[in-house]
Design a protein around this ligand. Structure first.
Ligand code: ADP
Length: 621
């Protein structure tokens, strides 16, 4: 390069791939245009880091006394924004090298793709390749960079471009080390020429940058992030403030987890479990939000894959020096660092929740009430997290009283010879407790899980067994239970029973597969049992509960010949095969069974029949 060239401004053309990126950025309707400021601050912060490092090892640095800081100024009349730093600076050649090309070959490949028809958005480009600096052209139609390298003998240089195909580089006047970037804003980006607006953006995206950011003579960033402090130095109130800032939720969180460590990965994180799932009418969010910081720069507002889906109610901040700034969705899956972070945080959350259960059962019960459905869904969908999830599961059972039981509790209370875990599906805990299916279990003192939540059906699809013991629905027709229990003495002859059974088969028709005498019922007159595969039934049940069209599969009606009602019915059939009271009672027994299981589609249809039965009962002297 000749001295003449160096002393004169010179026009150069951007590399082809830069031109393409610029074109995409300038013409995309990019809603998050404000991120240009984050990109510039991020570059400035890097430049400051580098000069700081230089000064540790090298005394020959221009302006060693200059404060390491970033300054932002806005001029609404001229419609300009200026960002300056006292960082490492760039020489003329570095300006050409850094701001005239895109270094990464992956970026070039990406641009190639867009030529082949893939429609790229600005966020995609920025997200994937960190073409950070060029994002200025989303808001500016002319950008000037004046820079002076930290090397004492280097001269100041300037770079200027209006986007498009070319830029100019040349000499400049600048005494101080560092870089100043001036954006001449587009007409439709005039909003950014306001100190208030810029401060708002800094607060949102760059509040915890490690160097001070000044607007006028005021520092506008907080600098030291709470999550980078040692947990013992942070007051409870500070966690709450952070939670409020992050979530706009005025309730206190149920739980916070603060993790600050350098090994095996650099990871600083504060996570919150909110107190409530719903936020009433003004519900602000569907799921939790995790902000992702790298090197103190906010890089993702809503990081999705850093925790398993079943923890999606968790909110907070994750910060790691080991993350690339241009982290994107795909990289979470492919990056070992991110996988590591995900694993660490997930297992810590599990530990924290298990601790909570141990130390504060009441609080854990609140957690379970709010977020149990997420955990249950996780059991069905997240194979990897299954072992941990099973520890969080809680059940109401026939033995749990007002409390909740874990699967481990259940296992401990199993009776001699019990090899299965039993559950009953019902509309509510009250209905479950009055289920006729419970008769043989009550008689033998065997505990039964009461599953009464819509999500329980989904959960069961992923919970076929626990520690080698299969889960069994107690409406199964072929259960073999450990231990003995005497069934009540039949009050009618086999013949009387057969006639009643025939009558029931006629009345209930297609709805039944078979009518038979029950060997297990004690206090209940009747129940409906199933023979098909439990999984199929549960899916059907889910469909039905969701109000989807689902036909009742025909089932087996078991009648208890030792029950007074059944005996009386049999006698009435004997006296009059077409007795209307018998017909109505059989119909009602069938409906009762559906009702208890929560599967009755339209209980109001029972009312006329009940009236008839009441009339018959009252008429009798
Ligand atoms: P990235 O920051 O991802 O490398 P950019 O397009 O934002 O991509 O910046 C390209 C390069 O320009 C940077 O790597 C850096 O070397 C240089 N650069 C940008 N801004 C500054 C600055 N304020 N001070 C010093 N160098 C800078």
């Amino acid at each position: 390069m000749t001295t003449e060239q160096e002393s004169q401004p010179q026009a150069l053309t951007f590399k082809a791939e830069v031109q393409q990126v610029l074109q995409i950025l300038a013409h995309s309707l990019y809603t998050d245009r404000e991120i240009f400021l984050r990109e510039l601050i991020s570059n400035a912060s890097d430049a400051l880091n580098r000069v700081q490092f230089e000064m540790l090892t090298n005394r020959e640095v221009l302006d060693p006394e200059a404060e390491l800081a970033i300054r932002i100024e806005a001029d609404s009349e001229k419609r300009t924004v200026t960002i300056s730093d006292t960082g490492i600076g760039m020489t003329r050649d570095e300006l050409v090298e850094h701001l005239g090309t895109i270094a990464q070959s992956s970026a070039r490949a990406f641009v190639q793709q867009t030529k082949e028809g893939h429609k790229a958005t600005a966020s995609e480009i920025i997200g994937q390749f960190g073409v950070g600096f060029y994002s200025v052209f989303m808001v500016a139609d002319r950008v000037t960079v004046v820079s002076r390298s930290y090397r004492p003998d280097a001269e100041a240089a300037m770079w200027e471009s209006s986007g498009g195909e070319s830029y100019t580089v040349g000499p400049a006047e600048r005494a101080q080390r560092g870089t100043t970037i001036t954006l001449h804003l587009k007409e439709d980006a005039a909003e950014f020429a306001s100190p208030w607006r810029l401060e708002q953006i800094v607060k949102r995206h760059s509040d915890f940058v490690a160097f001070p950011i000044y607007s006028g003579d005021r520092q506008i960033n907080q600098q030291k992030a709470l999550w980078r402090r040692a947990p013992r130095e942070v007051e409870a109130e500070q966690y709450q403030n952070l939670y409020r800032q992050l979530t706009l939720d005025s309730d206190e969180p149920l739980l916070h987890l603060h993790l600050s460590t350098d090994v095996p990965v650099d990871l600083h994180s504060i996570l919150f479990v909110p107190a409530k799932r719903e936020r009433g009418l003004l519900e602000r969010r569907v799921e939790g939000k995790i902000k992702l910081y790298s090197r103190k720069i906010l890089i993702l507002e809503e990081a999705k894959d850093l925790l398993p889906t079943y923890f999606r109610f968790v909110e907070g901040v994750i910060d790691s020096e080991d993350l690339p700034l241009n982290v994107s969705r795909e990289s979470v899956q492919s990056s070992p660092v991110l996988q590591r972070i995900r694993k660490t945080l997930t297992s810590r959350l599990h530990r924290e929740l298990n601790d909570l259960a141990e130390k504060d059962a009441e609080k854990f019960a609140r957690f379970w009430k709010e977020f149990g459905p997420f955990i249950k869904k996780g059991v069905a969908t997240d194979y990897e997290g299954r072992a941990d999830l099973l520890k969080l599961l809680r059940f109401q059972t026939t033995a749990s009283g007002d409390g909740l039981a874990t699967l481990a509790d259940y296992k401990r209370r199993m009776v001699d010879g019990q090899k299965e875990i039993y559950y009953v599906l019902a509309a509510s805990p009250e209905a479950a407790r009055s289920s006729p299916h419970l008769d043989p279990f009550t008689a033998r003192g065997i505990e039964v899980l009461l599953l009464t939540d819509l999500m329980d059906g989904f959960m069961l699809s992923g919970l076929r067994e626990y520690e080698g013991m299969p889960l069994r629905n107690i409406d199964d027709a072929n259960l073999e239970l450990p231990g003995e229990a005497t069934a009540p003495e039949p009050q009618i002859s086999d013949e009387q029973f057969s006639r009643l059974a025939e009558r029931a088969a006629t009345v209930l028709g297609e709805r039944l597969k078979e009518v038979r005498a029950s060997k297990v019922l004690r206090d209940s007159p009747a129940r409906l049992v199933s023979t098909e595969d439990a999984m199929g039934r549960e899916m059907q049940r889910i469909n039905q509960l969701l109000g989807r069209e689902a036909e009742q599969q025909p089932r087996i009606l078991e009648l208890n010949p030792g029950h007074g009602l059944v005996a009386a019915l049999a006698r009435r059939v004997e006296a009059n095969p077409d007795d209307e009271v018998v017909t109505a009672t059989l119909e009602q027994l069938y409906d009762n069974a559906l009702l208890i299981e929560g599967l009755h589609q339209n209980p109001a249809t029972m009312v006329p029949r009940l009236l008839k039965l009441m009339e018959a009962a009252v008429e009798r002297p």
